[in-house]
Design a protein around this ligand. Structure first.
Ligand code: FES
Ligand code: FES
Length: 191
């Protein structure tokens, strides 16, 4: 039963150890913010932070993730206050939004290690595919997120979520710590 920390909570996946982390997160832990795009490591829509590095969760098994610290888009911030999230909204660098969670994860990892990235740094660190073509706005958003993280700029808070955080936690039980094998068929958490 591979064990790891997901969004600051211990999680045990009662699943085949060869299960891709992507499917364990989505189907076992109900953390559906992490998206399935290609399943072959090409698109980046499935990116999560593993020990702080943005990695493609479709290419990592839960056995390989054993003992690691995983952060999904749900855990990046609980109120959309992460500079990358604020800047993506402020720069309107989102169209359909399918690629956005993976991009936010990749950008967050970049900004953390390099809060003043060049365009080349951004292109290298955020190789994610976007079928809507938000790339020009994305570069501006990530540079702006860097300025926010360096305290050179502030961004007005992003619009409040359309759902109360407590209700969101019930919809996404892994955030609440209420995951059981009975209601999700795969993941257990401990407080
Ligand atoms: S779904 Fe993992 S890289 Fe596309
Ligand atoms: S915003 Fe639609 S795929 Fe990127």
């Amino acid at each position: 039963m591979p064990a790891m920390t997901v969004n600051d909570r211990p999680v045990f996946f009662d699943m085949d150890p060869d299960t891709p982390l992507l499917w364990a997160l989505r189907d076992g832990a109900n953390l559906t913010g992490t998206k399935y795009g290609c399943g072959t490591g090409d698109c980046g829509s499935c990116m999560v932070l593993i020990d702080g590095a943005a990695l493609r969760s479709c290419l990592v098994t839960i056995a390989e993730a054993e003992g690691r610290f995983i952060t999904t888009i749900e855990g990046l911030s609980r109120d959309r206050s992460h500079p990358v999230q604020q800047a993506l909204v402020a720069e309107q660098a989102i169209q359909c939004g399918f690629c956005t969670p993976g991009i936010a994860i990749a950008a967050a990892a970049l900004i953390r290690r390099n809060p003043d990235p060049s365009v080349e740094d951004i292109r290298e660190a955020v190789p994610n595919l976007c079928r809507c073509g938000v790339y020009p706005r994305l570069v501006e958003a990530i540079k702006r997120a860097g300025r926010v993280s360096r305290r050179r700029e502030t961004i007005s808070a992003a619009p409040a979520p359309g759902i109360d955080p407590e209700d969101a936690a019930r919809v996404v039980p892994a955030l609440e710590g209420g995951v059981t094998p009975d209601n999700l068929g795969g993941a257990e958490t401990e407080d």
